[in-house]
Design a protein around this ligand. Structure first.
Ligand code: SF4
Length: 324
């Protein structure tokens, strides 16, 4: 196997004593025994897999699963979902966060109905054409919904590759070409094995080789791990956490919660005046949460304007509402 590139661009040799087939067999066997029983695995429609991949882009499994289950019960096909009203889509998305994903999934469903006969496309190239589907999601859906051999690289897989093969505590802050090359080199040639490798490596990163506290004593490739062999060196940078409190995202989320709870347009005064809000029963709880943030005026204005610009809200003389 050729040298693996380090995040900084230098190269080191992948230890000769760790041939990829050994990594494949150990991680795949572990996955077949230990994989979490998630509803989008196994007997799941390609539509269910696509919905799960979109929801999981920024949100952990524990929050996605109940929403995904209700979603698939309500909209079991792209056709059913494409016919839904945008306001219903955003209400069903609830508190998963980054709600533009819901509107892009809605647009993707419309495209699937218009150009693919209502069937989620099967190839990486066709999937990549769908709104909201980037290279990771296209590769994951092609692999997990259709059993295709694709190079799937998400945050968890990147971390496992960085530790197991490169010997670094963390991958580079942003995905590099060298990482994609390494992932392609590590991918088993056999198609069925490649799907299990992708799923198994992702699962290993999610539940064992975690970002903050890897459980190396439970790892199926502990003896082969380059990071362990190197003496567990510290990361070369401190990953930036994603702040939440006080951010525009927090205010946008609170405004969206108000709009989801409203059956009629919400007059602008209610966003600004806590006293005016107290008489609005169905909204009072969500308005209280918004006002508890003590948002300063420019930030609230920015949140409202941004939601309108992003198509997540409409503004009329009557007030703000979810898109009709
Ligand atoms: Fe990750 Fe530890 Fe396993 Fe290495 S031994 S791959 S660091 S969990």
């Amino acid at each position: 196997m050729p040298p693996a590139a380090l995040p900084g661009g230098a190269a080191r040799s992948v230890p000769d004593q760790v041939p990829p087939p050994l990594l494949h067999s150990r991680i795949i066997s572990w996955f077949q025994q230990e994989a979490r029983d998630l509803p989008w695995r196994g007997d799941c429609s390609p539509w269910g897999v696509l919905v799960s991949e979109i929801m999981l882009q920024q949100t952990p499994v524990v929050r996605v699963q109940p929403v995904w289950e209700q979603w698939l019960e309500r909209w079991p096909t792209p056709e059913a979902f494409a016919a839904a009203a945008p306001a219903d889509v955003l209400r069903a998305w609830g508190r998963l966060g980054y709600p533009r994903r819901a509107l892009r999934l809605h647009a993707a469903a419309a495209q699937i109905v218009a150009h693919h006969g209502g069937r989620v496309p099967t190839t990486y190239a066709e999937l990549l054409e769908l709104p909201g589907v980037g290279s990771y999601t296209a590769a994951a859906v092609a692999a997990f919904a259709y059993g295709r051999r694709t190079t799937v690289v998400d945050t968890n897989i990147r971390r496992v590759h960085a530790r197991l093969v490169v010997g670094q505590a963390l991958p580079a802050p942003a995905l590099t070409a060298a990482e994609m090359t390494l992932a392609a080199q590590l991918l088993p040639q056999d198609t069925e094995e490649s799907v299990l490798w992708n799923a198994g490596t992702m699962e290993l990163g999610a539940v064992v080789c975690t970002a903050r506290s890897p459980r190396c004593n439970q790892c199926p490739v502990f003896a082969q791990c380059a990071w362990i062999a190197a003496g567990q060196p510290e990361p070369s940078y401190i990953p930036k956490g994603q702040p939440w409190a006080g951010t525009d995202r927090q205010v946008r989320g609170a405004v969206m919660a108000v709009l989801r709870a409203a059956s009629l347009p919400v007059h602008a005064d209610l966003f600004w005046d806590p006293a005016a809000a107290s008489n609005h029963g169905e909204l009072a709880a969500e308005l209280d949460k918004l006002h508890e943030l003590n948002t300063h005026a420019p930030q609230l204005e920015r949140a409202l304007a941004g939601l309108v610009t992003d198509g997540l809200a409409q503004h009329t003389d009557a007030g703000y509402q979810l898109p009709r």
